[in-house]
Design a protein around this ligand. Structure first.
Ligand code: KG4
Ligand code: ZN
Length: 341
């Protein structure tokens, strides 16, 4: 079963052909980072316009990349939400029209479920075993899910304010490092020493699985002002990263224990973070948990993960209605198997 995946929920226009939900035949990602960089964040209208320009060439490149024509496809999978509505509408409208014109089935995929399926695309690694716990950490989301089957996400906890990636981006901005700054701060943290600087860890209530990162960001802002440039930036980055990673890892393993699972997956843009991977790896060995983190190219937004998740929608017969529409928020009730408490 060969599925064309299309993703346009934020600032990446992406298309990919994936076979049977696990084998990547081609994957194209057109990043808009250069466009949004100077604004310090994604400008929704600019994102939509760039998607309109990029969508045809990106889909064409994905098809050419595996030597296929539209008639060789079995289905089209498009991101339906959550994300920026104007951005989503471009990929969603394009994918649905393409499927309609070619007489192919079309499925609307939840972006977060897409991130979860990114771990099944590592051909040379053992996939996670259901049920497992998923930590989804990106620029827009920080949440823990119990995943009992390929199409269900049960929310266990989520951020009450900023997403982890958002905290990284804000701290990068405070340090004048540009947007998005997660990877840059990660690189700096590797060179710094956190000794002597302790930023607050927002564990909220000890037993809870919710997160909060806005206080940490404010603490870094205060530190930068009061310090007046005395402390090396790399040390501040290291201390910030340590605070983020400690909370993410502690809560993720608490969730694994509570749900009685053996497998934990960490997905989304922030899953590329080296500090997070290292700390989670140590904890996994200690607690005898199987940890799955996709390679960096599959952590950020891509369309292979949408095609991979789409395969399960298709198998379950969850085709899009002709009058289907996009949705912006993860908390829209009962959207495509994503259950919220
Ligand atoms: O999943 P993604 O590409 O887009 C969203 O759905 O949000 O995630 C992008 C986010 C950005 O906030 C970026 O700064 C962050 O992931 N990020 C990182 C790293 N690489 C990307 N954060 C920390 N460490 C990294 N190495
Ligand atoms: Zn994403």
């Amino acid at each position: 079963m060969r599925i064309l995946g299309i993703e346009s929920s934020c600032d990446e226009t992406a298309a990919s052909v994936v076979e049977d939900g696990i084998r990547i035949l081609s994957s194209e990602v057109a990043s808009q980072v250069a466009i949004h960089h100077r604004y310090g964040g994604v400008v929704p209208e600019l994102a939509s316009r760039r998607h309109v320009e990029a969508i045809c060439p990106v889909v064409e490149a994905a098809l050419m990349g595996c030597g296929m024509k539209v008639r060789d496809l079995d289905a089209v999978a498009v991101t339906q939400g959550p994300g920026l509505v104007g951005a989503l509408l471009v990929g969603f409208g394009f994918g649905r029209a393409l499927a309609f014109g070619a007489g192919l089935p079309c499925v609307g995929v939840n972006h977060l479920l897409g991130h979860v399926h990114s771990v099944f695309l590592e051909a040379d690694r053992k996939p996670p075993v259901y049920p497992f716990v998923a930590l989804v950490v990106s620029g827009g989301h920080t949440a823990l899910y119990h995943v009992p089957d390929p199409l269900t996400l049960r929310l266990l906890g989520q951020t009450r304010d900023d997403a982890a990636g958002e905290a990284y981006d804000k701290v990068a901005k405070l340090m004048g490092l540009g947007y998005p700054g997660g990877a840059v701060v990660d690189g700096m943290a590797a060179e710094g020493r956190s000794a002597g600087i302790s930023f607050p860890r927002a564990f909220l209530d000890k037993e809870g699985l919710d997160f909060s990162f806005s206080g940490l960001k404010s603490a870094v802002a205060r530190y930068l002002t009061e310090d007046g440039g005395k402390t090396p930036r790399v040390d501040i980055a290291a201390a910030f990263q340590e605070a983020v990673v400690e909370v993410l890892v502690t809560k993720a393993f608490l969730a694994v224990k509570r749900m009685g699972c053996r497998d934990l997956i960490i997905v989304g843009g922030v899953a590329a973070n080296r500090g997070l991977k290292q700390r989670a790896g140590e904890e996994a060995r200690r607690q005898d948990v199987r940890l799955h983190v996709p390679s960096p190219s599959l952590c950020g937004d891509n369309a292979a993960m949408i095609a991979a998740a789409g395969y399960h929608y298709l198998k379950a017969g969850k085709m899009l209605a002709l009058e289907g529409d996009v949705f912006s928020r993860a908390t829209d009730p009962e959207r495509q198997g994503v259950l919220h408490r």
